[in-house]
Design a protein around this ligand. Structure first.
Ligand code: SAM
Length: 296
């Protein structure tokens, strides 16, 4: 496969490199914001599952860079993986399903709560839809648990989901905490992907709801119990396509002209899972042209 093959197949990948974004995901957040205005008037954000950092880049560019009072802007980015630094972004390396990570985020916020909690979290996909969807929903519940601690009333929660058969239960769970729950499909997200984004607006936890500092992984049991004990509003949740409908289709291949210059990705992974393999491979020396291989 040639160097430019992915550039042809994936126009948003190509544009991400040209425009300096660390990942094509940047366009998803930008397109969601175009329709839902989630960044308007926002200064305090938690970006969960943030590596390699293109959503944090968007947040830094739109909230921190133009701000005249940079001390007021707080962007906290959390991921299992380390991330290269970004202006105006505080980074935390940790697992969002672990209590200690949730506590570290909560303590960084102090008494000034967040306007927005977003999560673009995705597990390593197994290809088995039920399992992938289950793990994804655990990530959403962990993110929601963190949001219930740090989000201010009227705040917004955005989370990636895999659309599956149990989605209405998740909607019901979220409708307990938010006045409006929509599902968004940005144009930059492939139609062939089951990925979509929950846009939960106007955080209004139930009266007397006290966020629990329990392991977020078991938060779902509590939430499910609340659902069965209470009247849940099962209103239709709007499905909204974000981004210019006349613009590029992320499932299409687009030709590149002959003067096109291939660009390397903006930020190589700092510590990818394949790092060890690459290091081991570099220790294998091709001794002779006859390909005698010296493995260490
Ligand atoms: N929004 C990011 C961006 O714009 O660059 C891309 C996020 S990427 C699609 C999904 C991320 O979820 C990965 O970096 C992965 O490490 C992270 N992730 C998955 N499970 C996690 C967990 N339990 N805790 C923290 N991060 C997690």
């Amino acid at each position: 496969m040639g160097k430019t093959s992915k550039d042809k197949r994936d126009i948003f990948y190509r544009y991400a490199k040209e425009q300096g974004w660390r990942a094509r995901s940047a366009f998803k957040l930008i397109q969601i914001d175009e329709v839902f205005n989630i960044l308007s008037g926002v200064t305090r954000v938690v970006d969960l599952c943030a590596a390699p950092g293109s959503w944090s880049q968007v947040l830094s560019k739109k909230l921190w860079e133009p701000s005249e009072n940079k001390d007021e802007v707080k962007i906290i980015a959390v991921d299992l993986q380390p991330m290269s630094p970004l202006n105006g972004v505080i980074q935390l390396q940790g697992d969002i399903t672990k209590l200690e990570t949730a506590q570290a985020i909560i303590s960084l916020f102090g008494d000034k709560k967040a306007h927005l909690v977003c999560s673009d979290g995705a597990p390593d996909v197994t290809g088995l839809h039920d399992i992938d969807e289950y793990i994804q929903s655990q990530l959403i519940l962990a993110a929601l648990n963190i949001a219930t601690h740090v989000l201010m009333n009227s705040g917004t929660f955005v989370a990636k989901i895999f659309r599956g058969k149990d989605i209405s239960l998740l909607f019901s769970q979220l409708s307990i905490f938010f006045e409006k729950v929509s599902i968004a499909k940005p144009k930059s997200s492939r139609n062939s992907s089951i990925e979509a984004f929950l846009i939960c607006q106007n955080y209004q936890p139930p009266d007397n709801y006290v966020p629990q500092k329990i392991n977020p992984m078991i938060a779902d049991l509590k939430v499910i119990r609340e659902i069965t004990d209470s009247e849940v509003n099962r209103n239709n949740n709007p499905f909204v396509v974000c981004g210019d409908l006349r613009s590029y289709d992320s499932d299409m291949s687009y030709p590149i002209d002959e003067n096109y210059e291939h660009k390397e990705i903006v930020q190589k992974p700092t510590s990818p899972p394949y790092k060890e393999v690459l290091e081991r491979l570099s220790q294998i020396s091709l001794k002779h042209e006859g390909f005698s291989i010296n493995k260490q």
